[in-house]
Design a protein around this ligand. Structure first.
Ligand SMILES: NC(=O)c1ccc[n+]([C@@H]2O[C@H](COP(=O)([O-])OP(=O)(O)OC[C@H]3O[C@@H](n4cnc5c(N)ncnc54)[C@H](O)[C@@H]3O)[C@@H](O)[C@H]2O)c1
Length: 475
């Protein structure tokens, strides 16, 4: 597929394309354009030109277009979900969920954008007022990872467009197809050309050009912490605004008074969703010593019921997207085994006719863990969970916070006060108590420590694409 620039399919200057693979079969299913610096320049100029009018388009008109795009997404759900399933390998039902939730998020931002306000402070000075107005910041570069390509783009796109910004999106090399289809859908919704552009290519080749370009006003990035830190450093050198949604290593604490069944169901479902390729998934679990054995037994039994297979079968989990991501899970299991851990279920790549062509890694639960092991300290991005017992709540908090990451944390306790006190002590952008739901559209999402800078979603998500201006008015 070609780039989508200025409302048109556009050949890359290099005239080079790279393959997109189906992770279940290893087959080439599409190609993406390998853009170069000239393509970056063109896309940013086009977006900048479109910005001049888009920022003046009444916000109500922007909302109408955004609702239309959401409706068209739902109407095209089958096409989008199938393309997601083929490039990502996730079971189809989960792909439909991603599309419908992303459409809902567009609708949410369309409504929330209508409520954005400035301020007029009450100075009570005769003939003088200070007006605090919000202005769109300009052209936004949205760089997204492979694992939820539509949702993670819409988190940026829906907010930026409602704020009056225009967007150049750079999707992952693994899953660019669904993003290109989305651009076509937005065009059909009636967006002016140049408002939403998609440029594909290798991050390391065009990343710096996108970030450093004088036209780029903001970089909204979701991806790995090491990539994000490099982007953050380059952005800082050029004084660009940034939002960074980075890696996670999220802990769950199961207290002495927790309902074990509730905790097991929530944790197992969450830890293995999207084959563990999920930024705020549960990566490690601390269980009170009195509940430890019961928790292990129930968690293993539930994990073993999960079926692996291709997206069109009745599977709960698909393969891991590529060899590099797969190797991380394998290496972390080996590291834990070398340091004395026990694999209770899973732990090895699945083999057999159905599995040989994909990187299928089964749900893996590891006990006898400690913090010398990578599984307890480094992001896995695969279906592997480390579990260890604790004696006091203070110890559990200290273990949970013993991480460079701070994206999410989970607490299970029948005492609301205990759960709340723990939530206040946990170093994380979001804490769930007694359940693990998806993150809601109307509340902020983001990380602390090495998990990121800034917040997406809610009205905070839209404000992040605006700048405040103060106008002193004498009359
Ligand atoms: N915090 C969150 O909300 C969140 C959500 C999903 C995924 N993630 C993180 O994403 C990671 C997995 O995704 P991935 O493997 O696709 O991440 P990645 O960092 O490898 O790639 C993400 C994007 O960055 C681009 N990129 C790579 N090098 C670049 C450079 N030098 N300049 C600019 N762009 C560059 C890639 O092409 C891709 O589009 C995990 O670490 C996960 O935790 C975070």
């Amino acid at each position: 597929m070609e780039n989508f620039i200025n409302g048109m399919w556009t050949k890359p200057r290099s005239e080079q394309y790279a393959d997109v693979f189906n992770p279940c079969t290893g087959e080439v299913i599409e190609t993406f354009a390998c853009s170069n610096i000239e393509d970056v320049n063109e896309a940013l100029h086009v977006a900048n030109l479109a910005f001049k009018n888009w920022k003046k388009t009444p916000v109500a008109q922007r909302a109408v277009l955004q609702h239309k795009a959401a409706t068209l997404m739902r109407q095209n759900a089958e096409r989008l979900a199938n393309s997601l399933a083929s490039e990502l390998g996730r079971p189809l039902a989960g792909c439909f969920t991603e599309i419908s939730r992303s459409a809902d998020l567009l609708d949410f931002y369309a409504e929330e954008g209508l409520r954005m306000k400035g301020e007029i402070p009450l100075h009570n000075l005769e003939g003088e007022k200070a007006l605090i107005v919000r202005e769109a910041i300009g052209v936004v570069v949205a760089i997204t990872p492979f694992n939820y390509p539509i949702t993670l783009l819409v988190m940026k796109l829906g907010a930026a467009l409602m704020a009056g910004c225009t967007v150049v999106a750079k999707p992952s090399e693994d899953t660019p197809i669904s993003t290109l289809i989305l651009a076509e859908i937005f065009m059909e919704a009636g967006y002016p050309p140049g408002v939403f552009n998609v440029l594909t290519g290798w991050g390391y080749e065009i990343g710096n050009a996108l970030i450093e370009h004088p036209i780029t006003a903001k970089i909204a990035f979701t991806g790995g912490t090491s990539t994000g830190k490099r982007i953050g450093a380059t952005a800082a050198m050029h004084n660009k605004r940034i939002t960074l949604e980075l890696g996670g290593q999220s802990p769950a604490i199961v207290c002495e008074d927790a309902d074990i069944t509730t905790a097991v169901i929530a944790i197992v479902r969450h830890a293995f969703a999207n084959s563990g390729q999920f930024c705020y998934r549960v990566n490690r679990v601390y269980v009170h010593k009195t509940k430890y054995q019961a928790f292990l037994a129930q968690a293993v039994a539930l994990a073993q019921k999960l079926k692996l297979g291709n997206p069109h079968s009745n599977a709960d989990m698909g393969p891991i997207v590529n060899q590099k991501i797969y190797q991380n899970s394998e290496a972390q299991v080996l590291d834990a085994l070398e340091k004395g851990a026990t694999v209770l279920t899973g732990g090895q790549r699945l083999r057999g006719e159905e599995y040989d062509k994909g990187w299928y890694f089964p749900p893996t639960i590891i006990s006898d863990t400690n913090h010398s092991m990578k599984i307890m300290t480094e992001e896995t991005f695969g279906p592997v969970v480390g579990i260890m017992p604790f004696e006091t709540n203070e110890e559990a908090i200290a273990l949970a916070n013993d991480s460079e990451y701070g994206l999410a944390a989970y607490v299970f306790s029948e005492q609301v006060g205990t759960g709340l006190r723990m939530a206040e002590s946990l170093e994380a952008g979001s804490v769930w108590i007694n359940n693990i739901s998806r993150s809601y559209h109307d509340v902020p999402f983001g990380g602390v420590k090495q998990s990121g800078i800034g917040r997406e979603k809610g009205h905070y998500g839209i404000e992040a694409y605006t700048e405040l201006k103060t106008i002193y008015l004498n009359y």
